[in-house]
Ligand binder design. Structure first.
Ligand code: SF4
Ligand code: MG
Length: 336
């Protein structure tokens, strides 16, 4: 498979009165063409900061990239100037967010908003842009698209608005769609419909998706690979099969046990991971999960574990896997 996105050792954060606060620490991730990578974690785990950094939009949100590299199509996004980035964002990368209403302009019809994007990115003439806008509305599953195109955002439901936002994103024919909790604000039925739509677009257009979610159930349905983030680091990453069949970081295991119906008999009380995610400016020493970990060892309180290879396709930042990782390296499983 062709590598589309490669993030290496991305450390990003914010300036505070106490100095620099790191929201992500040496995050390393990759995404192949036509695949979906789900970034899973609680709020405050660094998922959104990672995605904003990929778009090079973090600067506009008051953040800074401190270290690392982001390669897209083999090009280093860190070396691009704002003009080049605007061109890349308009042609190859698109991003959608949780709240569709904030992404739409209330004073223009939805048809105009999609058409404007087409005129801008695909240099379409006005009339052609309008008919393409109607086509895009049909493509994203909006009924009676000719009529809907003349309506304003407030005349549409939240789910319909998110479809419109997706249509706008598609107007630039993106190779990578970054979707930050795109269904969190929607009710369950609508959520499933939007996820189906994203799956369909991925299959039909070979689009890659970086999907950010706090919901392991969503990741199970959508992901080819999953990266679990915890307090700014990648706690575990691997193929969806590896993560669900052989979860290896105690945090991931806790997340899975808290999915209704995933493990054990129905009606059994749901597991909750004790404690809360530490704030990024008050991280514990050693493994940052150690105050919540049921398997904590004395070493965990002092030394931070690196991402260790469970196998060539699966990594976890946990000392429990040191021997496995060392054995794998002896038999030649590539170090990541
Ligand atoms: Fe738990 Fe130690 Fe593994 Fe951290 S390194 S997740 S504290 S066992
Ligand atoms: Mg977020």
């Amino acid at each position: 498979a062709e590598r589309l996105l490669e993030i290496r050792n991305l450390t990003a954060g914010f300036l505070s009165e106490q100095g620099i606060v790191k929201a992500t620490d040496r995050v390393t991730l990759s995404l192949d063409k036509g695949q979906t990578l789900c970034l899973v974690g609680e709020s405050g785990s660094g998922k959104s900061v990672t995605s904003l950094a990929v778009m090079r939009l973090l600067e506009f949100a008051g953040g800074i990239i401190l270290d690392g590299s982001i390669r897209f199509h083999g090009e280093d996004l860190m070396k691009k100037n704002q003009d080049e980035l605007t061109r890349i964002r308009g042609n190859k990368l698109a991003m959608i967010f949780q709240d569709p209403m904030s992404a739409l302009n209330p004073v223009f019809t939805i048809g105009d908003q999609i058409a404007e994007s087409l005129q801008l990115h695909q240099k379409k003439k006005k009339k052609e842009a309008w008919s393409k806008a109607v086509d895009l509305l049909r493509l994203v599953g909006i009924p009676a698209p000719e009529t809907r195109a003349r309506q304003y955002p407030h005349e549409l439901s939240g789910g319909m608005c998110q479809r419109v936002v997706i249509a706008i994103a598609l107007a630039c024919n993106p190779e990578l769609l970054i979707a930050d909790e795109p269904t969190t604000a929607l009710d369950v039925t609508v959520q499933a419909q939007i996820l189906d739509l994203l799956q369909r677009l991925k299959q039909e257009f070979g689009m890659s998706i970086l999907l950010i979610t706090h919901d392991m159930g969503v990741a199970a349905e959508m992901a080819d690979r999953i990266a679990v983030m915890y307090a700014g680091i990648i706690a575990e990453e691997g193929t969806v099969a590896e993560i669900f069949d052989n979860p290896s970081h105690p945090y991931t295991i806790g997340l899975l046990k808290s999915i209704p119906g995933f493990e054990g008999e129905r009606g059994e009380e749901l597991y909750t991971i004790k404690g809360t995610i530490p704030s990024i400016n008050q991280l514990p020493d050693g493994c940052r999960f150690h105050p919540r970990c049921p398997h904590v060892m004395s070493r965990c309180r002092e030394e931070e574990p690196p991402l260790l290879a469970i196998n060539a396709d699966h990594h976890a930042a946990c000392w429990l896997h040191e021997e496995t990782a060392a054995a794998g390296q002896r038999v030649g499983v590539s170090a990541w």
